[in-house]
Design a protein around this ligand. Sequence first.
Ligand code: NPW
Ligand code: ADP
Length: 586
Amino acid sequence: MPTSNELSLKTTMPVGLYSSKQLYVIEQAWFAQGNNSFALMQQAAWQMVKHIEILYEEKCLNEQLAKQGIASRPVNRPCRVSVWVGKGNNGGDGWLVAYYLQQRGWQVQVITVGFEKQDFVIKDNIESSNEDNKNPIADATKALQLALSADCKYRCFENIDDRSMSALPADVYIDAIFGIGFNRAASAIYQQAICAFNEAAEHVKALVIAVDIPSGLVASTGQVFERVAIAADVTLCLIARKFGLHTKDGLDYSGAVIDIPLIPHLANDNALIPIATLINSPNRLKPRRQNSHKGSYGHVLIIGGNHIDNSQGMGGAAILSASSAMATGSGKITVACHKAYHGALLTSLPDAMSMDLHDTQGVKRLIKEASVIAIGMGLGRDEKAKLLFTEYLQAAVAEGKPIIIDADGLYHLASLHRENHMLIAELKTHSKTYQVCLTPHSGEAARLLNKKVDEIENDRLAAITEGAAIYGGDWVLKGAGSLILEQQSAQAHVYVCGVGNAGMATAGMGDVLAGVITGLWAQDDLKHELRSLHQAVIIHGLAGDVLVNQTRNNDDNLLLVGQRGLQAQDMPAAIRHVMHLITDSL
Ligand SMILES: NC(=O)C1=CN([C@@H]2O[C@H](COP(=O)(O)OP(=O)(O)OC[C@H]3O[C@@H](n4cnc5c(N)ncnc54)[C@H](OP(=O)(O)O)[C@@H]3O)[C@@H](O)[C@H]2O)[C@@H](O)CC1
Ligand SMILES: Nc1ncnc2c1ncn2[C@@H]1O[C@H](COP(=O)(O)OP(=O)(O)O)[C@@H](O)[C@H]1O
């Protein structure tokens, strides 16, 4: 997570993200050219060993610095590694890593999971049986045989009560139980092994390194079943970056990701276009033209902030969206909210104009004038609110306006879809010519797609794709590693947001995002890419990161603030700061 000072300097390249299926296609294309699969496994393992040694060295150095000079790296004993292997090729990688580390002087213990006794019978004709090609020996078996022939010590994992698993306190724990072949909830023995691994590694404060992907994490979705997965400090990602490392649970289990690309991507077909692109940096903005005026930066209309039957009030939602749109630099803002909030609006944002949400003629006149319309934040879910939503959305479509639909607007949209209301088809047609954006979190997406929240969460990529196909427009599926689907360009593309933090899991952050999108879209002095949806999501995430890294001056005391207690109302100042940092100087 960058500090605000680093932010101005740090630009990272977008990274293509792939599914397991694509990874297998890349490998097969390589083998089809006559390249040897075991040689690839050896190359993978050898490169990983080099990384493991460097990573362990770095960890020791950092601990040494923290303890002010007290060396923590073992000086009078070998480094110790515990390598946990499963039966697939990921386990094969693990056996070879163990073998090479032992050759490098490490004290090695392999813990096997899911093996039978006969798996460990030493075969002395591996090379010859492989050469006849009738019964080629699996790469993972060859790797195991090589390690056994070099006398690598191993133990079979029995169950979680087997305390001897932690008998060898290791400096480094390597996870090679499952790789990209993991695709369903693990059976009991594997679950126990994963939990035992995590417990033992934590107990001895070892460096935890996952081979290719942490075991228990599904490479194509980022799903973890029942929170059972290896919690890695570092993942050594082979061949190509996996989608699941960067969204949903992936962020909690992968640690730092280091790429080991190994081979070129030879397969030359559409199947190998990355399923998504990870982005961490916004596009840079040009300074404003000197000869410009407020009209040059658009007029935003926020429709929301209702007060339902004199009880529940949601004025803050519209105010947060408006302040955030203003912080991005939009020229003019009007908020159509309940009259009860006009005072609060003008107190916190005197720059905004106000309109009574229930003055339908007045609001429709504004829809005509505005450059972008955001609707739904705190609009309410009752029938009266639904009528307002329908009427205003119809007007915005009829006027050919860019539209952002968020929060309660999405609730009503789902109802209209169930009723087969013609507005759904009209909105979809509208989205082919004008910018339209829907910004659901998983709960809202579930309603829009008439599914359970779990179904959405278990395959977020499938959910966003289905949503965009049904309703049209660009989509943000919010949450850790938000997905952004843009279909305005010739080919729909999905981005994964690589910035932002869990401090942003707080009420009002979505209203802020809707404001950022609206504010950017209004500024048509910016080129398309600079006010794209992914640009808005990145700016929003970076603003959240700036807030949790800032130092606050409280009287004379400098206070470092973190994720807990982050408030949406602090976001506009941070957004403005990010806008400044990403703008080239004159
Ligand atoms: N090809 C190459 O040369 C290279 C490959 N490389 C390495 O190979 C890795 C991919 O290997 P892989 O395809 O063998 O998959 P992997 O994850 O090791 O194991 C699959 C096994 O687990 C089982 N299984 C799955 N889910 C399960 C569950 N929930 N509970 C229980 N069992 C479950 C599954 O069983 P099945 O589904 O077949 O019933 C199968 O037996 C990749 O990540 C990289 O590390 C690199 O070395 C580069 C060169
Ligand atoms: N753990 C997290 N990591 C990164 N971003 C997050 C996280 N939790 C929430 N956010 C972001 O904060 C915003 C929350 O939106 P939402 O749930 O709609 O809030 P609200 O409805 O209260 O305004 C989204 O942009 C989301 O991506």
